[in-house]
Design a protein around this ligand. Structure first.
Ligand SMILES: NC(=O)C1=CN([C@@H]2O[C@H](COP(=O)(O)OP(=O)(O)OC[C@H]3O[C@@H](n4cnc5c(N)ncnc54)[C@H](O)[C@@H]3O)[C@@H](O)[C@H]2O)C=CC1
Ligand SMILES: O=C(O)C(=O)Cc1ccc(O)cc1
Length: 290
């Protein structure tokens, strides 16, 4: 049943994990998609996607699976996006639209744009929604509801393709924001990539503390668990993000180091008033995003 006038007859999802699988489910639920082809490397994950009704067909052959698609959604780890695009672009049908969900944009554009041919459009994108889980089993239809999706078109992105991808994400429940790739990479370095680096560092710092002969992580209460949930995210995904957005990430890591160093100094010298002001300012900022 179609409850929207937006419709993609044939959608190919390359990488049927949390992000690719959730898009397929959201579009299916909206009645906005005909056939969904799931393409991946791991057969077990593809079979799971088929069993869960995320996709209609599966194949490990990325060229065959995308050849007839109207829209191709690339949802592999960031460092694989260029390789997949290089394999599929020569055989895509004329008028096909390629888009992606990678967490970093400038490096992905630099890799994919030179591979394009005039009949194939590319719309770089990034849904700002996710969890620490991965794989087809982690996918769910409401992941993108009331979330934002950032699109970072370039001078070469066709207006028609941009509009189609915009409508695709709106149909999945997201508010679409359009911005330049460099701005995207800096904002995401601050709001997403830095917090993951801090969470990974915190777990390592505490988990390797060996003054007592026991695993002190077992004493963790709500605060530690809430704060470090994202340290359970897929290590290879975060390796790729760190490798492809180093400049913006380092800038934010240095900014964080400055704040942390100042905080340490105030703790060392017992500056209660400064500590209070720091915590109060932080509380106000945090309370405002709830
Ligand atoms: N996990 C999250 O919360 C978010 C992730 N992203 C981005 O979305 C993309 C996908 O992430 P997830 O869905 O979380 O990962 P995932 O691990 O759940 O899914 C990725 C899928 O791609 C497949 N794959 C890997 N290499 C491949 C290749 N060369 N050809 C075909 N398939 C391949 C894997 O087998 C896996 O099934 C990444 O680029 C990530 O940066 C974006 C927003 C949120
Ligand atoms: O698990 C969480 O809360 C996340 O922060 C998920 C996430 C991971 C990567 C992205 O590029 C966007 C969102």
């Amino acid at each position: 049943m179609t409850n929207t006038d937006f419709f993609i007859p044939r959608l190919a999802i390359v990488g049927v994990g949390l992000i690719g699988g959730s898009l397929a489910l959201a579009l299916r639920q909206a009645g906005a998609v005909g056939e969904v082809i799931g393409i991946g490397r791991g057969l077990a994950n593809l079979e799971k996607a088929l069993e869960l009704g995320i996709v209609d067909e599966i194949t490990q052959d990325v060229v065959a699976g995308t050849r007839e698609a109207d829209v191709v959604f690339l949802a592999t780890p960031v460092c694989k996006l260029g390789e997949v695009a290089a394999a599929i672009i020569p055989s895509l049908k004329d008028g096909a639209v390629v888009t992606d969900g990678g967490s970093v944009k400038a490096s992905v554009i630099a890799e994919i744009e030179p591979l394009l041919r005039p009949e194939v459009s590319f719309v770089p994108g990034h849904p700002i929604a996710g969890t620490e889980q991965s794989g087809a089993e982690a996918a769910f239809a409401s992941l993108y509801r009331n979330r934002r999706c950032i699109l970072t078109p370039t001078a070469r992105t066709s207006g028609e393709a941009l509009e189609l991808v915009q409508r695709m994400w709106q149909t999945s429940g997201s508010e679409v924001v359009v911005m330049e790739a460099e701005k995207h990479d800096r904002i995401l370095a601050a709001i997403s990539h830095l917090p993951h680096m801090v969470a990974y560092s915190l777990v390592n710092a505490v988990g390797s503390y060996d003054r007592y002969e026991e695993n002190i992580l077992e004493y963790s209460a709500g605060g530690f668990r809430d704060f470090t949930r994202i340290a359970s995210s897929d290590p290879s995904m975060w390796r790729d993000i760190a490798l492809t957005n180093p400049e913006a990430l380092i800038e934010m890591m240095e900014r964080f180091e400055c704040f942390f160093a100042e905080l340490k100094e105030d703790v060392r010298s017992g500056k209660g008033e400064r500590l209070y002001e720091f915590f109060q300012r932080s509380k106000e900022l945090r309370d405002n995003i709830l």
